[in-house]
Design a protein around this ligand. Structure first.
Ligand SMILES: [Fe+2]
Ligand SMILES: [Fe+2]
Length: 473
């Protein structure tokens, strides 16, 4: 049962906001702060309007509307997936009990923390991407960047709604903090490491939307299982929007690989650095970097906090209801990454509950591999023998069992000196970054595209590639 979206309100929503004046006032007083954050930290390129999809409802028969809108007037709204009144908790010690509409007092601090950490990533990525508009390879790509940006803004709204509706005064304070921290800031950085890295070029943007947004997809997937029903319903709807962000990353890398392969074949050389495209070894280095920092986002290989979240019913597993076990896991075990007694790369068996981060990271890794397979198919179809690969889990890690050692992408342990000597072959060097940046000449002309990337197979919402997706001002 859900109410139809109220689109006439200042804050579009399907949560009957007008029935709760206090909450409505709290959100309406946060709204101008959000807009001033958007003005100062959102997309820097001035535009008149952009062909955007706006979420207007959550139903099967269309939840989005497309049209040219000035970005600042985007209708950031609050949408929760439909409520299932009979929903039961699917895991943990409360398994089989009705889902919660309110936050239980005993889990208040933990739930608030989970929502804040998720909420913090949403504006962070907008901040990281704010200067990319100036170097967009086409109007189509520019529009996709802005679509991702406005939707991350909406995801911030989604988390702020939960904080303000369910966590009283601390929730309001946390909502303000979400606008105060900023990506890369020394005094008040974003909470998670990968969200303080810069996204200086479009290859990084596609890698970010492929690898780092995909971490977001998996985190939202676990929160969608939550016993706290408003969180579950919020995340379920956010996942619909995330699908587009995944598409931008996947097809973005497709198109970079495709164009590089084309030039390699045409010029009959592997050495394409002078030919205006990104050489495959550089694509591999960018992949190595973004994949390894994204693995860190899943946290330590073992975690008692996460075990407690699971047992309490706050955060489940990816596709919890498809797992064939007791959904309590108290007697089960899992092999996790670990250093052996003599400090070598290995594994160790731990209780399944404390190994839940590992469980989620493995689901993610399998999904990442599917992208690599797709890019390798593009190379194979072009008749090229080169292949891309995910580096070993021990490579370039700053969190977890392997954070204290260095390893090659093949998983060979290296001493610190050897690592220093060889890392430039595996991670983007200043020379690589400068080269990639030199390719980033803006193409803001309708129907045109930069030379380092192939055009997309399809436009947006049935429109052709040469549609006027963005009007610059
Ligand atoms: Fe998001
Ligand atoms: Fe996203």
């Amino acid at each position: 049962m859900t109410t139809a979206a109220d689109y006439s309100e200042k804050i579009p929503n399907n949560v009957s906001l007008h029935e709760d004046r206090r909450l409505q006032r709290a959100l309406e007083s946060w709204q101008p702060n959000f807009l001033s954050w958007w003005d100062s930290m959102g997309p820097a390129l001035p535009t008149r309007d952009v062909y955007l999809r706006t979420a207007i409802n959550v139903g099967r028969d269309g939840w989005a509307q497309f049209g040219h809108v000035p970005m600042r007037d985007y209708r950031w709204g609050i949408f929760l997936a439909e409520r299932d009144p009979g929903r039961m908790i699917g895991f943990g010690e409360h398994k089989g009990e009705p889902a919660w509409d309110k936050v239980p007092g005993e889990y208040r601090a933990e739930l608030r923390r989970l929502i804040v950490v998720q909420g913090d990533t949403e504006p962070a990525s907008v901040e990281q991407q704010r200067n990319l508009g100036a170097t967009a390879p086409s109007l189509y790509d520019l529009r996709n960047l802005f679509q991702v940006n406005v939707e991350e803004g909406r995801h911030l709204w989604a988390m702020v709604y939960l904080l303000q509706a369910h966590f009283g005064r601390d929730g309001r304070e946390e909502a303000d903090e979400l606008l105060r921290r900023s990506s890369g800031s020394l005094e008040s950085p974003r909470i998670l490491g990968a969200f303080n890295e810069e996204t200086p070029d479009w290859l990084s943007f596609y890698m970010f939307t492929y690898f780092t947004d995909r971490d977001g997809k998996y985190q939202l997937g676990t929160l969608k299982e939550s016993a706290f029903d408003p969180l579950s319903r919020t995340c379920e709807f956010m996942l619909k929007e995330e699908a587009h962000h995944m598409m931008v990353g996947t097809t973005g890398i497709d198109r970079v690989v495709e164009r590089t392969a084309q030039v390699m074949v045409e010029s009959d050389t592997d050495d394409v650095a002078g030919l205006g495209v990104v050489p495959l070894p550089v694509i591999q280095k960018y992949l190595n970097f973004h994949y390894s920092v994204s693995l860190d986002l899943f946290g330590g290989d073992t975690s008692t906090n996460v075990a407690n979240y699971y047992t309490a019913g706050l955060k489940g597993r990816w596709l919890e209801d498809r797992r064939r076990d007791d959904h309590k896991l108290t007697g089960d075990g899992i092999m996790v990454d670990a250093l052996t007694e003599d400090g070598e790369i290995g594994q160790a068996e731990v209780g399944a509950l404390i190994g839940l981060n590992t469980d989620l990271r493995r689901e993610y890794i399998a999904d990442c591999q599917s992208g690599v397979n797709r890019w390798n198919k593009i190379l194979a179809d072009a008749g090229l023998p080169q292949r891309l690969a995910l580096p070993h889990v021990a490579f370039n890690r700053k969190v977890g069992a392997f954070s204290g050692i260095e390893a090659s992408p093949q998983g060979d342990k290296l001493g610190p000196q050897e690592w220093e000597r060889r890392k430039g072959a595996w991670l983007p060097t200043d020379v690589d970054k400068t080269y990639v940046r030199s390719l980033m000449q803006p193409v803001h002309e309708r129907g045109k595209i930069a030379a380092w990337i192939a055009p997309p197979r399809h436009g947006i919402n049935g429109k052709p590639f040469d549609y006027d997706y963005v009007h610059l001002s």
